[in-house]
Design a protein around this ligand. Structure first.
Ligand SMILES: Cc1cc2nc3c(=O)[nH]c(=O)nc-3n(C[C@H](O)[C@H](O)[C@H](O)COP(=O)(O)O)c2cc1C
Length: 315
């Protein structure tokens, strides 16, 4: 199976809905995290988990918590919304998050995971999976974390085997992933740096025990990647047509959802950070998009790109 990774600010509910309406190659969509402030869910994340915004397939909400109390609050909101499964974020690397004891901060002290997991399984009859990094500072942290996770009936663990202090630099720690694979009593999903069919083939040969894969940035920069991994091939004309269709869907949905056209324009510019990478000449195209003063400007630049620009060869 192929899962779409949660990418805050990019794989929002609009992206997921429009994507799923066009492509059928992603088997589950992980929703970027929701979190708590002043004993309430942070309002800006609320739209992401509304059931009506997630009717496109298997959507898995993700919680970013530091203790049992926050777990109880978010778990009960998600249960009331009717979700059958939840994902726990043990990977977010940013100091704003880790300094508050959430995300990958919990990896350094696996004991702190116990009240969170105990609370979840005592209070809710929902499936729980975990998404984790190899450690906060050191990849050897993963061993103890896995041993705690093995004591709970998790549905799966998704491992992005960088340590948090790397952020997205350097490479995935293959040894740490191998350790997770060997020690985990739960199914292990691979995540990290699959940007092409070749990357996927290399990883699937290396980790032949893995059957489920989570892809993030690779999908943002090549929306065809999950289908290509599953063996589909597209002509240049099919790609141009589909990209155009996808873009039109995104524009329409952002316009509908935004409070004003300025916000929709900003969201669209953000979308183009990765979307421009479908083209060889992406730097020039993105510069034009960035300079756009209106949605109409973006639509014009997009039309020119779909018509004239060379698409990146993907496989
Ligand atoms: C801008 C950005 C936002 C992200 N937001 C989340 C998030 O909300 N929850 C999460 O678990 N991971 C988040 N991630 C990490 C991704 O889910 C994924 O683990 C990471 O990008 C590595 O996979 P990839 O190489 O396939 O992109 C984020 C990554 C980026 C770059």
């Amino acid at each position: 199976m192929i899962y779409l990774a949660p990418i805050q600010g990019f794989t929002d509910y609009i992206y997921r809905k429009v994507y799923a309406g066009i492509f059928s190659s992603v088997d589950a969509y992980f929703i970027p995290y929701v979190t708590v402030q002043n004993e309430q869910i942070v309002r800006k994340y609320e739209r992401e988990i509304l059931p009506g915004n997630n009717l496109y397939g298997r959507a898995v909400p993700q919680i970013l918590v530091r203790d049992a109390q926050e777990t109880e609050l978010l778990g009960s909101i998600l249960k009331n919304y009717g979700y059958a499964e939840v994902n726990l974020n043990l990977g977010c690397p940013y100091p704003m998050v880790t300094n508050r004891g959430r995300g990958s901060a919990l990896l350094q002290n696996p004991e702190s995971l116990k009240p969170i997991l105990d609370t979840f399984f005592e209070q809710f009859k929902l499936k729980l999976s975990v998404k984790l990094r190899a450690g906060l500072n050191d990849p050897s942290e993963i061993e103890q974390v896995i041993s705690v996770l093995n004591d709970y009936p998790l549905s799966e663990i998704i491992v992005h085997a960088r340590v948090a202090k790397q952020l997205y630099k350097g490479t995935v720690n293959e040894m740490a992933f191998q350790i997770a694979l060997e020690r985990s009593e739960h199914p292990v999903v691979y995540n990290g740096d699959i940007f092409s069919v070749d990357d996927f083939q290399r990883r699937s040969e290396q980790f032949s025990a893995v059957s489920d894969w989570m892809l993030g940035r690779g999908v943002l920069m090549n929306v065809f990647l999950p289908a290509e991994i599953k063996g589909w091939r597209f002509t240049d004309a099919e790609k141009r047509f589909t990209l155009q269709h996808f873009h039109a869907g995104i524009v329409e949905a952002y316009l509908q959802a935004a409070d004003n056209p300025g916000n929709a324009l900003n969201k669209l510019k953000q979308f183009w950070i990765y979307f421009s990478l479908h083209f060889d000449d992406h730097a020039r195209i993105f510069k034009k998009i960035k300079k756009s003063k209106s949605i109409t400007d973006v639509q014009r630049e997009a039309m020119l790109a779909f018509r004239d620009a060379t698409l990146k060869q993907t496989c």
